[in-house]
Design a binder for this molecule. Structure first.
Ligand code: ADP
Ligand code: GLC
Length: 479
């Protein structure tokens, strides 16, 4: 039995801001429990809901010497669906209403977290065969492991995997200002950890980890070039021998249209017509016109530039004025996008609804009730929303980038194949054209549209396949 520890800054169901939490919450459940004993270690944020905090019990605590002095590390534990979750407690670092604050606080916070993970493992006498680190927040674990515990027999056989969920976020700050890294050797701080005269947590993790993965095969290629590399393309090319892409799955228990209690009317392949009821109820709940003929476009997303909202803004008026399209948006993020959706909602009452906020329930209702799902990302390491929408027979309209390219097959009207609509260039007019094409199929070729919905629902994007690829990777590392 090999011991695997997942280290990350968020994980379902305890704390989530995006797809990372979905991955960390689902992957452990799908790894073969006869071969792998999997634990997860997360920060115990004060913003974790009180009902989730009640599931935790205190295990032990310790104090560790760090550059700022002796730091408290509490260790809590919870067991969920057979998986053990450990929580690193420190009310100073993990305070606040949200997991991430200002980047300056965050770099020290997650340097602390990474140190605390290793110190806790020793305290718990729990030695993983592999520490699987996710994103820049956990990227210093391979660094501290080598620099501080390199000669410690306890961790002698521990290997590390670094998974990049989004190369844009790297954990960068002025080198000399990051207190919790100050005791690392100068050679490490000013060379391996340095990029463009700043500390770069992600770069350090990539260099120090035994293996590096990212969340789709296309993205694993894109990050080797300036367009997708976010400045680290040279590093990615240097480590290409240990880099691979493993596409994410989605949790088929959580996202199951046949058993989803958040839907007005559960449905499946055999009674796909019941999806209509979900559209009707969604229109009603959101104050959209009760019009079964309108094509209802769903958007559930972080409202950031990455997700292509400048394209959406650009064509919104033209789309709403020329096509019988309705839009249901759910998201939070940059003010400019929140405000533009509020503006459109005011101007196009009954045709566009914007819910600025975070709601699991409404997200499920949109995935279940919309006809199509719009995701025109500038870049997309994997993307889960298009996978969820396909599972609910909601046809994705995407840009061909990263994981969107790997998971959505463009509609071919001659062969009657495909699971969505896609466009290549980051261009608003090109996007509108493809929305227009989808609209035409939806309105004028309902039989073909319905076949496409069925193809979407028949796709297998469960974790089963992807978990096997992680298992192979773990096995390659530790036999
Ligand atoms: P990213 O991780 O880049 O934000 P993904 O597509 O990988 O994008 O994952 C996003 C996840 O977060 C999906 O599960 C999506 O449903 C969920 N999500 C995003 N915004 C919201 C929101 N405002 N309310 C509820 N769920 C959301
Ligand atoms: C990141 C990416 C997204 C990916 C998710 C989970 O947030 O932006 O594309 O699906 O991580 O890996």
């Amino acid at each position: 039995m090999k011991k695997i520890l997942l280290a990350a800054s968020e994980g379902n169901p305890f704390i989530k801001t995006g797809g990372l939490a979905d991955v960390v919450g689902a992957l452990p459940k799908y790894l073969n429990s006869k071969k792998f004993d999997v634990c997860v270690m997360l920060p115990k944020y004060l913003c974790i809901s009180s009902s989730d905090r009640k599931k935790m019990s205190h295990v032990t605590e310790l104090y560790a010497d760090m550059p700022r002095g002796r730091e408290y590390i509490g260790i809590d534990k919870a067991k969920l669906e057979g998986i053990t979750y450990y929580f690193i407690d420190n009310e100073h670092y993990f305070a606040g209403d949200v997991p991430y604050n200002q980047i300056f606080e965050d770099v020290n916070k997650f340097a602390f977290y990474s140190r605390a993970v290793l110190a806790s493992l020793k305290e718990l006498n729990y030695c993983p065969d592999i520490i699987h680190c996710h994103d820049w927040q956990a990227a210093l674990i391979p660094v501290f492991l080598k620099e501080f515990y390199g000669k410690d027999p306890f961790f002698e056989n521990t290997k590390t995997v670094m998974t990049i969920h989004n190369q844009k976020f790297q954990g960068r700050w002025r080198i000399d200002d990051i207190e919790n890294c100050r005791d690392l050797p100068a050679d490490c701080r000013y060379k391996a950890m340095e990029a463009y005269k700043e500390t770069n947590f992600l770069k350090a993790g990539i260099l120090y980890a035994d293996r590096v993965t990212t969340v789709s095969e296309t993205y694993a290629e894109e990050i080797k070039f300036p367009e997708g590399g976010e400045g680290l393309e040279g590093v990615m090319r240097e480590v290409s021998g240990k880099l691979s892409g493993i596409v994410n799955g989605i949790d088929y228990e959580e996202y199951n249209p046949m058993t989803d209690s958040m839907l007005a009317e559960p449905f499946g392949l055999r009674n796909i017509t019941k999806k209509k009821k979900n559209k009707e109820m969604l229109q009603k709940e959101l104050g959209l016109k009760q019009d079964s003929k309108a094509m209802l476009l769903g958007i559930v997303s972080r409202l950031t530039e990455q997700k292509g909202f400048d394209l959406v803004n650009y064509i919104m008026e033209e789309m709403l004025c020329t096509l019988n399209v309705q839009v249901a948006v759910l998201g939070t993020g940059e003010d400019r996008f929140q405000n533009s959706f509020r503006y459109f909602q005011d101007k196009y009452q009954g045709q566009l609804s914007a819910t600025i906020g975070y709601s699991e329930e409404l997200a499920h209702k949109i995935y279940g009730g919309a006809d199509a799902f719009l995701m025109p990302s500038q870049f997309e390491p994997c993307g889960l929303s298009q996978l969820i929408s396909m599972r609910y027979g909601t046809v994705p309209i995407v840009r061909e980038t990263g994981g969107l390219k790997d998971t959505v097959e463009a509609y071919n009207e001659i062969w009657q194949t495909g699971t969505g609509f896609s466009f290549a260039n980051y261009d608003a007019k090109e996007m509108l054209k493809i929305i227009g094409y989808a609209y035409d199929v939806f309105q004028n070729h309902p039989k073909e549209w319905r076949l496409m919905m069925k193809r979407c629902m028949k796709e297998d994007h469960s974790w089963q396949n992807s978990a096997k690829k992680y298992e192979n990777l773990y096995q390659e590392l530790v036999g």
